[in-house]
Design a protein around this ligand. Structure first.
Ligand SMILES: Cc1cc2nc3c(=O)[nH]c(=O)nc-3n(C[C@H](O)[C@H](O)[C@H](O)COP(=O)(O)O)c2cc1C
Length: 261
């Protein structure tokens, strides 16, 4: 089954090389309007746009996509309301709103002949981004989206088999065959594209494990395992960034302690 929208979505891939061509004002506005029209819980997302200089991969545009509680609170204040919903719930709603808006923008860009790529570091450098864009408190940069006309045409990247993503009526007990088939599809897919070899991408082993992988067999499942097996063990870095932005995510014990103070 196919149509223009499905085809565009199935052909999408992250673009990491761009021409210098600046999209027209109308193009930019169209992408943002398409983003705005995504479903929302409460329109808890706002965007900051940077054009040209300093955007990664020579791209003309970069959107910094923010979870924005400030704008909501400004409106509530006009109605003489204060937000009492806890920040963790608001963060969940905000991440959902921002993600849906962002992906609508990705698809809109594709349909207009552009490409895009997300940059995931924003939450970890939220304080720096906040300074640069003069973000008020209660605005948290979630992710950045680089966009422009592609100067490369990489293949679409592999995904899990559909039977490892869609479970009908109940979550399955995974058989070894099922897991191995999914891993094979990912690993052989990336190896065939020489993704890690070409990009010289290999996450360094931090512990005592000896390095036994070469670019002949280093692929996605090893790469992603090394990430979540070594990085961000403590939530403190992220909690600190959230705190600096005026978001308070407390565990119940901590909240009780605070109440006693
Ligand atoms: C939240 C998020 C953060 C990402 N961060 C980065 C990043 O920092 N650098 C990068 O090159 N790609 C980044 N990507 C792009 C992914 O690497 C890419 O989507 C994934 O490898 C699948 O490839 P595809 O988009 O070409 O299908 C990010 C994607 C998402 C959704």
């Amino acid at each position: 089954m196919n149509n223009d929208i499905i085809e565009s979505m199935l052909n999408r891939k992250s673009i990491r090389k761009y021409t210098e061509e600046m999209p027209s004002e109308e193009t930019i506005q169209t992408v943002v309007r398409a983003g705005q029209q995504a479903p929302f819980a409460a329109q808890l997302c706002s965007l900051l746009l940077t054009r040209g200089k300093g955007v990664p991969w020579g791209a003309p545009l970069m959107f910094t996509i923010c979870v924005d509680l400030h704008r909501m609170e400004v409106i509530m204040a006009k109605r003489n309301w204060k937000m009492v919903t806890n920040d963790l719930s608001m963060l969940f709603f905000g991440i959902q709103d921002a993600s849906l808006m962002a992906e609508n923008m990705v698809n809109a860009a594709e349909s207009l002949g552009m490409g895009s790529c997300f940059l995931g570091a924003a939450p970890y450098i939220a304080d720096k981004i906040a300074k640069k864009y003069r973000l008020p408190e209660r605005v948290f940069p979630l992710v950045q989206l680089v966009m422009g006309y592609p100067a490369e045409n990489p293949p679409t990247r592999p995904r899990y088999p559909i039977n490892f993503s869609l479970f009908e009526d109940r979550y399955p007990d995974f058989s070894d065959e099922m897991i191995e088939a999914a891993m094979k599809q990912m690993d052989e897919g990336y190896l065939a594209q020489e993704y890690y070899r070409k990009g010289k991408i290999k996450i360094r082993l931090e512990g005592a494990r000896p390095e036994t992988y070469t670019f002949d067999n280093y692929s996605w499942t090893e790469h992603i395992s090394r990430k979540w097996g070594q990085w961000y063990e403590s939530p403190d870095e992220l909690l600190t960034q959230l705190e600096k932005r005026g978001f308070t995510i407390n565990l119940p014990e901590k909240r009780d302690n605070n109440a006693l103070e």
